[in-house]
Design a protein around this ligand. Sequence first.
Ligand SMILES: [Zn+2]
Length: 345
Amino acid sequence: MNWFERKILGFFVKTNGVFSKLFFSGKGIIFMLHRVLPEEEREQFTLNKDLAISPEKLEEFIFLFKTKGYTFVSLDDLQAWLEKKKKIKQKFICLTFDDGYRDNLIYGLPILEKHAVPATLYVTNCFPNGTGILWWYLFEEHAKKTHQFILKSSIGSYEFHWKNEEEAHVQFGRISESIKAIPTPEIESVLVEAFGKTSSEFKQLCNSLSLSWEEIITLSKHPLITIGAHTMQHVSVKQQSIDVVQNEMITSKKELEHYIGKEVKHFAYPFGGTFDVGEKDLEIAQKVGFKTSTLNQVGNIFESNHKSMHALARMPLGNSTDDQRMNYYLNGIYHFSTNGFKKNR
Ligand SMILES: [Zn+2]
C-alpha cells in the first residue's frame, strides 16, 4: 500500500465506511468456511479451533446479513450474474464450505435449511476416498505430548521445536508450508514416519471426519447445496507442474461428476493463497471446464470480476470474525486495506 492509498484508507476509516462503501463494497461477498462444530467441541481445539464455526455463530451471521438487506445466492447464481445472464437486485452473500467435513451435514445443513440459505461444498476427493491425511489434527495431538517435530523427505530434513502453545502455533504455520512442498507421492510415507502412526490410523481419522460418497450424493440432491471440486489430494497447485495440476483438476471433477451424476462447475484452489495459486493455474481451471474458481484471498465481488472468473476473492468467516471486522468486510474497508484500488486479481 503506497502513501496515497494509506491516506485514502485513513479517510475511509474516519468516515466510518460511508465512502468506502460506495466504491469498494462491490455487489457482495463470497465467504469461506470449513467445519461447523458445537462450541464445546470447538473449545477442545487450540491450533484448529478457527477451522470451525459454531452453529449459533453461523445462525447469528445469517440473521445479520438478512437484517442488513442482503440476499443469499448460490455460486450458479453468482456465475450467471457475472456472465450478465441474470440480475441480482440486492447485495448478496454467497457461502462456501471447503474440504468436505461431515459436520457440514450434521450441524451446518439444518441451519441452512432453517433459513433457506444456499451453499457450496468444495469436496477434496481424498476425503470421501479415505486417503486424506488430516495431519493438522494429528499435529494438534502431537503438540500436546511433545515439543518437537521432524520432517524428513527428498527435499530435505527439517526440525521444529516449541516450548509453549504460542510457539506451537507459529511452528504449525511453518510445518504447513513444509508439508505443502513435499512431492505428493512421498507425503504418506513422510508423515507415517514423522507422526509414528500407521496408514490405517490415517485412514481411520479421515473416515471419522469426512463426508462419505453416499452423504455427498445425498447432499448433491439437496436444492440448497452445490457440490464443487477442490482437487484430489488438496495440493498447493502453484508448486506443481502443469501436468500434475491438470490431472488433479480433471480427475477430481470427473470423479465427483461420476458419483453425483451432475456437472461440477465450481472449483476452489486448496490453501488458495498467493503462494498457492499462480497464473498458470487460473488458465488450467478455465481450460478443464470449471465456470468459477475461488481463492483464499480477501476481497469483495464486483461486476468487473467477470474478467477474473477463475480468481474470485473470498473472505474467511468464523467465531473470531468480530463486529468491526464484519463492518470492514461489508463496507469495503477490508477490501481496500488489502487490495488498494484493485478489484481483480
Ligand atoms: Zn481446503
